[in-house]
Write a new protein. Structure first.
Length: 768
């Protein structure tokens, strides 16, 4: 008998696929969402598929998907080397669940705010398969459930409607090749017409929606079919470039540079950009100002702010003497010395005398030079005359420190000006000035041109102003160099303090801050002869490097030399999580702050935050993933934008107190004040185990650890290191490549920010 021909063996995945139907299709109920990226829609699902005893893994892309929903996927089976057999979906369609079990799982998954597992079980028990129909078309019946009142009913109905609308937006965005993480924000801004409005002009997204930049909007526009050479696209590109200039600190863009940069970005001829610029200028969407042969292009808000800040300072400077009248410094200064408990130096006495003579004045200088002592002396003198004084600073931490040092109430500038939700602006301004005779503003180096204008316009005609800050620190995160330009105008009386006093001489932090500011290498202690404990070297720092060695002594300043960025990362993590807590007793969450030059790279804020979160807060069970970040109870977080409704502002640091998966909210404790965030608002926050030096301005921390390597070569400058060092109150540790530290201390090449505040002040206050 002839032998039957041998069949070729089937691949394992083909054989398994054929065991349960069409090898190119999987359909079933989602058992678990193993992973889902809101940015890209990429998901890994465990699906209860027909003819399969165990759930199968489906990998694909879906705008939104939750447990209990039914999915239909077309694609191919693959045997992944790491994850085993899985179905790789080319098209993944999600439909509402139809079985009671699926409906209950879907409703209880947390996708619909206000419905958790318990409430979902109640809904299904009472309404069965009609539950979706009840929520959408007969929501009053929800009140049949015990404990459901009007407020809970309205919350569920609103969340259901929003979820449906947001999914539509997500599908639309993903169909044009972009992520969907901003869909909720788009829906809340544009409402039910969101898709139509985006179709009409996708570039409005870049202007209206935080987190969506020009490139994302442009990708949508190109996908929809917008002409790459169109004037609307070029106009949007121009505004984007100016916003990028503003993000770099400039108030304006030089015309030729603006046009060439926009043309390169858009990949169009410069004539198209010139035509778009002409349209923007004629519609007053941008402002062109010529001076000394240069043409500068401004965003209107920055032009108004620059002019306004100069004019209002000029108004105050031209208003005559201070509201407290003439005071004899020869009598007042000794009297104030008794009140503050210090004998002032000659330079401090001169600063006090000048301040009490002037309507507007500046006090600047580094740490340990007595700025706070002068402010206290001045306040004692003028308050003895019955003057009403108000104190403020740009951040909550700076305001708290100002209040502690003066014994008087101090607030943030934003709270002082009082945001009005009805108008979207501040209550205090030129028509409703502040109720004060004397305004003291601390940490002015942090104040950008927009906030400076809002503050100066709210100062009453008769009042005096004292501006205090360190002009050698990094300039503000926002556009402008307000303190430097005010001093540079030579129109505002300024006391620059350089002498370190007894209190500061005992602190190596203070001494080294001034050495760095002079371009000299910092001093740090020699390690002891024997290692302490299991760590190498003395305390937090050891080894050899670019700094100057002092004799071994108890110190508050250390340098840990490293060979490269990889070693710096390892040593930093060890220092933060083990050595500093063991040696100095600092709580790594509450007391210690890592400051880094930038956000990117292995030693950037993003990478360090992920590492430190996993080491310092690994066991928190309540977690939520949004916008590429995992947030958990106990995490340290940073507010990254001003949110006037919540009264939290850029740079505020708090701790996550609670994560409510059912209500889809995260509650953050900002120094005793609980602030709720919906999951869709979490792009306002970032992890704060490590923050950039820029974001640390105005804050002071018990202990600071700062990496310095050539990985951040372009950011290594003297004022960056100086600013970072001056943030530490009791301990500063630099984990540094000697070459990187030397470069940073020597380099003083800060790019001059494009601003005309100093010129405008000179115009506003003519002399002689």
């Amino acid at each position: 008998m002839a032998e039957a021909p041998r069949r070729a063996p089937r691949r394992r995945e083909e054989a398994l696929a054929l065991d349960f139907g069409d090898p190119n299709r999987v359909a079933g109920t989602v058992e678990r969402v193993t992973f889902h990226s809101e940015e890209t829609g990429f998901c890994v699902l465990r699906v209860n598929a027909a003819r399969r005893r165990e759930p199968v893994t489906v990998v694909g892309t879906a705008a939104s998907v939750g447990p209990g929903e039914f999915v239909e996927a077309n694609g191919v089976w693959v045997n992944d080397r790491s994850y085993g057999l899985q179905f790789r979906a080319e098209h993944l369609r999600v439909v509402p669940p139809s079985t009671l079990e699926g409906i209950e799982k879907y409703l209880g998954s947390g996708m619909i705010r206000g419905i958790g597992p318990h409430f979902a079980a109640q809904l299904v028990r009472v309404f069965g398969a009609e539950v979706f129909e009840v929520i959408e078309n007969d929501p009053a019946r929800l009140r049949e459930l015990p404990g459901i009142g009007p407020k809970r009913q309205a919350q569920v109905v609103a969340a259901w409607a929003e979820q449906k609308a947001v999914r539509e937006i997500m599908v639309f965005l993903q169909s044009h090749g972009v992520g969907s993480a901003r869909a909720v924000r788009i829906y809340r801004l544009y409402g039910d017409r969101a898709v139509d409005r985006v179709r009409e002009n996708p570039y409005r997204l870049a202007l209206d929606v935080r987190g969506i930049g020009f490139r994302t909007a442009d990708a949508i526009a190109q996908s929809i079919g917008f002409d790459p050479d169109s004037i609307p696209r070029a106009r949007a590109g121009l505004r984007h470039v100016l916003q990028e200039f503003a993000a770099e600190g400039h108030c304006a863009g030089e015309r030729e540079s603006l046009v060439s940069t926009a043309a390169e970005l858009l990949e169009v001829d410069a004539q198209i950009v010139e035509g778009a610029l002409a349209r923007e200028l004629s519609d007053d969407e941008l402002v062109d100002e010529a001076r000394d042969g240069d043409s500068w292009i401004y965003l209107p808000i920055l032009h108004r702010s620059e002019r306004g800040a100069a004019n209002h300072l000029g108004r105050l400077l031209a208003g005559g003497g201070p509201p407290w009248g003439d005071i004899d410094p020869e009598k007042a200064v000794p009297w104030a010395e008794q009140r503050v408990g210090f004998e002032l130096s000659d330079s401090q006495r001169a600063a006090v005398a000048r301040t009490i003579r002037e309507r507007v004045s500046v006090i600047t200088g580094g740490p340990g030079v007595g700025k706070t002592t002068i402010v206290n002396a001045v306040l004692h003198i003028v308050r003895a005359k019955g003057v009403r004084a108000r104190l403020c600073a740009p951040t909550g931490r700076a305001a708290k420190r100002l209040a502690e040092s003066t014994g008087l109430e101090a607030s943030t500038i934003h709270r002082l000006l009082e945001f009005d939700p009805a108008t979207g602006g501040f209550r205090h301004g030129i028509d409703h000035p502040l109720d004060t005779d004397f305004l003291v503003v601390d940490e002015v180096s942090m104040v950008d041109i927009v906030l400076a204008n809002q503050l100066f316009r709210a100062v009453p005609e008769h009042a005096a102003v004292l501006l205090v800050g360190d002009v050698d620190q990094l300039p503000s995160v926002g556009p402008g160099s307000v303190l430097a330009e005010i001093i540079g105008s030579d129109r505002v009386p300024t006391a620059r303090l350089t002498e370190i006093f007894r209190q500061g001489e005992s602190s190596r932090i203070v001494v080294n801050a001034h050495r760095i500011n002079r371009g000299e290498s910092p001093e740090y202690p020699q390690p002891p002869s024997r290692p302490e404990g299991s760590g190498s070297g003395g305390g937090a720092g050891s080894g050899s490097g670019a700094g100057t060695r002092a004799n071994a002594d108890p110190s508050d300043f250390y340098v840990i030399p490293v060979r490269d960025a990889e070693e710096a990362r390892d040593r930093l993590l060890q220092v933060v999580t083990e050595r500093i807590p063991r040696r100095f007793g600092f709580d790594p969450m509450a007391d210690l702050q890592v400051l880094t030059p930038g956000r990117r790279g292995g030693l950037g804020a993003a990478a360090l935050n992920a590492e430190l979160q996993s080491r310092l807060n690994p066991d928190s069970r309540a977690r939520v993933d949004r916008f590429g970040t995992t947030y958990a109870r106990g995490d340290k977080v940073l507010q990254t934008v001003n949110d006037y409704q919540k009264e939290v502002f850029n740079g505020d640091i708090g701790r996550i107190a609670a994560v409510d998966l059912e209500e889809q909210t995260v509650t953050v404790d900002f120094e005793g004040r609980a602030v709720p965030y919906e999951f869709s608002e979490l792009d306002e926050l970032s992890l704060a185990y490590a923050i950039t030096v820029h974001k640390s301005q105005g804050s002071e921390f018990p202990a600071v650890v700062m990496p310095l390597t050539t990985q951040h070569y372009m950011l290594l400058e003297r004022n960056l290191v100086y600013t970072g060092v001056t943030r530490g109150k009791r301990l500063v540790v630099l984990v540094a490549e000697p070459r990187a530290l030397a470069i940073a201390v020597r380099r003083f090449e800060s790019v001059q920010r494009r601003s005309r505040l100093a010129d405008r002040l000179r115009d506003a206050v003519r002399t002689g």
